[in-house]
Design a binder for this molecule. Structure first.
Ligand SMILES: C[S@@+](CC[C@H](N)C(=O)[O-])C[C@H]1O[C@@H](n2cnc3c(N)ncnc32)[C@H](O)[C@@H]1O
Length: 230
């Protein structure tokens, strides 16, 4: 990497809260320059890795607004078995366990699965893809997704998988970032251009097409909470 390229990359990383370890990881990846924005999107949020990601997603305030909204909506109890898709550092799983529910989490980042296993030691956590859930049909009474939907290239397929693994009458709660937040600290570039924003109506329609019922979308200052029943 040339000196000016290196300085530009270091600035871009710093703007996202990353540092020297991440710059070294980028260099080690040996990816071509034009892949930098994709790489950094993965590193920060789409498939988090590195010590900064472990610090961010393991911290008590990691997306706590989404976690609280989802847990309030699901009102889990001892008869529930929750699946969290894209569980990150595992704090939602930990809080679900505290309500007496069983909790299972999947994430396609190995580092996040490791972290979630530490943070929610009573939960079953595994590496898996949202698009192909490794569970039998009707295994869960509730499904949660916090700041994950935005990254899904095939949301219809993932909602179909969520519906398949849920018992009839089960609850789903999905918190995602609305288009009003594009370009703000909640959805900065280059991440914003690599994700998917939906209007409230589009979110509700996606859920209905996946055979969910009683669909509602609550939008508070661009934070969208989609809830529905299987
Ligand atoms: C922005 S983080 C949010 C993590 C956690 N839910 C939270 O609220 O702190 C997005 C998480 O979803 C995971 N993820 C994204 N796309 C995924 C997919 N297709 N399958 C499985 N996990 C995915 C990422 O690895 C990452 O841990």
């Amino acid at each position: 990497m040339r000196g000016d390229d290196r300085a530009r990359r270091a600035d871009a990383l710093r703007a996202l809260g990353l540092g020297d370890e991440d710059l070294a990881a980028w260099r080690e990846s040996a990816l071509p320059e034009e892949r930098f924005d994709d790489w950094v999107t993965d590193r920060v949020a789409r498939r988090p890795s590195g010590s900064r990601a472990r610090e961010v997603y393991g911290a008590e305030d990691a997306h706590d607004f989404a976690r609280r909204a989802i847990l309030d909506a699901l009102a889990l109890g001892p008869d529930d078995h929750l699946l969290e898709v894209g569980c990150g550092g595992g704090l939602l799983l930990r809080d679900a366990l505290a309500s007496g529910a069983r909790a299972t989490g999947i994430d396609h980042s190995e580092e996040m699965v490791e972290l979630a296993s530490e943070r929610a030691s009573g939960a079953e956590v595994m590496v898996a893809k949202a698009e192909s859930l490794p569970f039998q049909s009707e295994a869960f009474t509730a499904v949660a997704m916090a700041i994950v939907f935005f990254f899904l290239d095939d949301p219809g397929r993932v909602l179909g998988e969520c519906r398949r693994v849920m018992r009839r009458g089960g609850r789903v709660a999905i918190y995602t970032t609305g288009p009003e937040l594009r370009g703000t600290p909640a959805a900065p570039e280059p991440i914003a251009s690599r994700g998917h924003f939906y209007s409230d109506q589009e979110l509700a329609d996606l859920a209905r097409r996946a055979d969910f019922h009683d669909t509602t979308v609550r939008n508070e200052q661009g934070g969208q909470l989609l809830t529905a029943h299987a």
